[in-house]
Design a protein around this ligand. Structure first.
Ligand SMILES: Nc1ncnc2c1ncn2[C@@H]1O[C@H](COP(=O)(O)OP(=O)(O)OP(=O)(O)O)[C@@H](O)[C@H]1O
Ligand SMILES: [Mg+2]
Length: 201
């Protein structure tokens, strides 16, 4: 193919991929928002799932020169959760961490609480101003529109993450400051979806 044509085909391909991603995210969100949305609850080995998921980002991290870290206690309890949705949640958080970090490190850390596990994702990236933090879980909300145009962000990822956490009876919070990186925390009850979720701390 001639150089110029190839250039246009690449632009079309990029835009098509972006549209496909938006449609996929909107479908997932619609499904998560349905009244009585169904989780396919199983006993999940969260440590194994998280370790597998972070590996998906090895190549991207290497390309950007970012270090990926994973930590989990060996005695992390199995959680009652929907493994596909938990994976989606981790992918969205890690995708953001990579996208909004130019150097340094990204960490995925699992820890156990009394009746819940804590999943945290931190990065040494651009961070966000405090006054924006309450809005980032809204759909289509992006903090920096000019950067999002370049990176292709639509603002759907974190609303998917929040929905998934809440559907599991969990909670999500974030700490961040401009230039100081971001830290997302998700608390998941060890037993969710079967009515025996304990109070979250
Ligand atoms: N780790 C992070 N560091 C800095 N800013 C972040 C981080 N995660 C999210 N943000 C900000 O929050 C906004 C919303 O995030 P969200 O994942 O919902 O959307 P997106 O990444 O822009 O697009 P999408 O996930 O739909 O591709 C982002 O546009 C970005 O401004
Ligand atoms: Mg995102």
């Amino acid at each position: 193919m001639e150089g110029k044509n190839r250039h246009y085909v690449e632009i079309i391909k990029r835009n098509t991929d972006r549209l496909i991603n938006i449609v996929r995210d909107l479908l997932l969100l619609a499904q998560l928002e349905e009244r009585g949305a169904e989780l396919e609850i199983e006993e999940v080995d969260l440590k194994g799932l998280a370790e597998q998921t972070i590996r998906l980002f090895d190549a991207q991290a290497r390309e950007k020169g970012i270090i990926l870290k994973f930590e989990s206690p060996n005695d992390l309890p199995r959680v009652h959760a929907d493994p596909f949705k938990i994976e989606q949640m981790l992918i969205n958080l890690l995708d953001n961490a990579i996208k909004y970090t130019d150097n340094g490190e990204i960490g995925l850390v699992l820890a156990r609480g009394d009746r819940h596990v804590i999943i945290s994702v931190h990065d040494t990236g651009i961070g966000m101003p405090k006054e924006k933090l309450s809005r980032i879980f809204e759909r289509f909300y992006v903090v920096d529109k000019s950067r999002s145009r370049k990176t292709g962000g639509t603002g759907l990822g974190l609303s998917i993450v929040k929905h998934i956490a809440l559907l599991h009876g969990g909670e999500i919070s974030v700490e961040s400051a401009p230039g100081a990186g971001s830290h997302f925390y998700i608390s998941l009850p060890v037993r969710s979806g079967d009515g025996s979720a304990g109070p979250l701390s």
